[in-house]
Design a protein around this ligand. Structure first.
Ligand SMILES: C[S@@+](CC[C@H](N)C(=O)[O-])C[C@H]1O[C@@H](n2cnc3c(N)ncnc32)[C@H](O)[C@@H]1O
Length: 198
């Protein structure tokens, strides 16, 4: 049984951690890229805590894509919040389907980050936004967390902020990082399509 199957009750509680300040920041980052009826993807969105809160704050609909049925089962789907079983590396969506994509504390769990970023660039429209909240690989604390995650079979694919920016830009998503509290940072990038000629 995978890590997220047995840890699902704890991850569900963790998914409700968003404070009003956190939401103000996230909606502030999203707002320039969304309009009424825009479609947002919460990739690795677990039990949908953030998706629900985003629809309360912005005039958008949010789809959660996650491979863990034990988490998805707890999403209260509505007209504005939907849930899909699947993985970042092979998304069951059309090209350019989303105006914005968020990944919170999930990117380092993707087994194939190359494939996942290619899929992000495919499903987000040209000029759409990709926001990733992650933990800095450069910090000693995250090195220890990485070790612990590997012991339970997780890929622990952490990046430094500069490393993630470079990785995304090579894959046609151009952006920047800002540091947040603790060991966290936020990446915000815009999807560049059609690809500039090589
Ligand atoms: C630590 S939880 C974070 C959940 C939620 N984003 C949050 O911030 O509360 C990591 C999530 O990544 C999901 N995940 C793991 N591998 C994934 C993959 N390959 N594609 C998409 N999601 C994945 C897990 O099922 C889990 O819901």
């Amino acid at each position: 049984m995978g890590f997220f199957n047995w840890s699902a009750p704890a991850i569900r509680r963790y998914g409700e951690r968003w404070t009003p300040e956190n939401l103000k920041q996230i909606t502030g980052w999203l707002r320039p890229f969304v309009a009424s009826g825009s479609h947002v993807l919460d990739l690795g969105g677990g039990s949908g805590g953030l998706a629900r809160r985003l629809t309360e704050e912005l005039p958008v609909r949010v789809t959660v894509l996650d491979p863990t049925p034990e988490l998805l089962a707890h999403i209260r789907t509505t007209e504005l919040v939907s849930a899909e079983l699947g993985s970042a590396e092979s998304m069951p969506f059309d090209d350019d389907e989303f105006d914005a994509l968020v990944v919170t504390d999930a990117f380092h769990h993707f087994r194939d980050v190359d494939g996942a970023v290619a899929e992000m660039a495919r499903v987000v429209r040209p000029g759409g936004v990709v926001i990733i909240l992650e933990l800095d690989k450069g910090s000693l604390m995250i090195k220890l967390i990485s070790l612990a995650e590997r012991l339970v079979g997780e890929p622990a694919r952490f990046f430094t902020p500069d490393g993630l920016c470079a990785f995304m830009e090579e894959r046609h998503i151009k952006g920047e990082c800002i540091r947040l509290e603790g060991h966290a940072y936020r990446y915000l990038g815009v999807v560049q399509k059609p690809w500039p000629a090589a």
